[in-house]
Design a protein around this ligand. Structure first.
Ligand code: FE2
Ligand code: FE2
Length: 135
């Protein structure tokens, strides 16, 4: 069973960004499944690597739209992204070094961060970007 499901209440009303959020949701569920199935360090490591890579791509997509349209909240928003990148990079390093194992706590953190960020921070750009014709 997925631990997080994308639904309309997570929609930011911009097709490309909704698709990216759906992909991130899918990645968190994949990580959860792999953990439950007791998959080894290699498998979990490669899922985290893919998620880190995809997160970079997604944040860049949002930040490029912010610059292009002079979104006034860009600075604050990007700081939340950077903070998350830092935290996930630390998980990635610790997992590789064998200092931590992928636990429910880590997955719950990722899930909570994503949902809270989309609902609280991403959704703020919807009216601004929609008004600029970004849909
Ligand atoms: Fe986002
Ligand atoms: Fe964002």
């Amino acid at each position: 069973m997925p631990i997080v499901t994308w639904s309309e209440d997570l929609s930011v009303k911009i097709k490309e960004l909704d698709a990216q959020h759906q992909e991130l949701v899918a990645m968190i569920n994949k990580m959860h499944d792999a953990m439950k199935q007791g998959k080894g360090k290699e498998v979990l490591g490669s899922i985290i690597d893919k998620m880190v890579e995809y997160t970079h791509k997604h944040f860049l997509s949002e930040e490029q739209l912010f610059s292009k349209h002079n979104y006034p909240e860009a600075g604050r928003h990007s700081r939340e992204h950077n903070d998350f990148v830092g935290k996930v990079a630390k998980f990635q390093r610790d997992l590789k070094a064998g200092n931590i194992t992928l636990t429910m706590d880590v997955i719950t953190f990722l899930k909570e961060w994503l949902v809270t960020h989309i609902k609280g921070t991403d959704k703020k750009y919807t009216p601004f970007l929609n008004a600029k014709g970004v849909v």
